[in-house]
Design a protein. Structure first.
Length: 109
């Protein structure tokens, strides 16, 4: 049990503990997109990508991108940075389609 206590204590004493919480928070937001997509697809009885999926992707991806910058991980930075571009582009395309009156309410691409 001592190893558990020392592990928790080292985490509490760590100056990066808040960044670790940020990283876990970003992963939680990013992962929630799959739950949203699954629930909406089950409700419609077909595979759809609802608009909140893209907002959760963008929000969670942005948090994870800043976390990756903090830990200076080039692979993580590249992956999240690329994703941010894609999520933003999809939101722009959905917005454009809705303004033209040809989109539905789910944001399905």
């Amino acid at each position: 049990m001592e190893w558990i206590h020392s592990g928790i204590q080292s985490w509490v004493d760590s100056p990066d503990r808040w960044w670790i919480l940020v990283g876990f928070g970003g992963q939680l937001v990013f992962g929630a997109r799959f739950l949203v997509q699954w629930l909406v697809s089950e409700k419609k009885q077909e595979s759809v990508i609802p608009l909140p999926f893209w907002y959760l992707s963008l929000g969670g991806g942005a948090i994870l991108f800043f976390y990756a910058l903090h830990i200076r991980d080039p692979v993580f930075i590249m992956g999240q940075g690329t994703g941010l571009f894609i999520y933003t582009r999809n939101l722009v395309l959905i917005s454009r389609r809705r303004r033209q009156g040809t989109g539905d309410n789910t944001g399905t691409a």
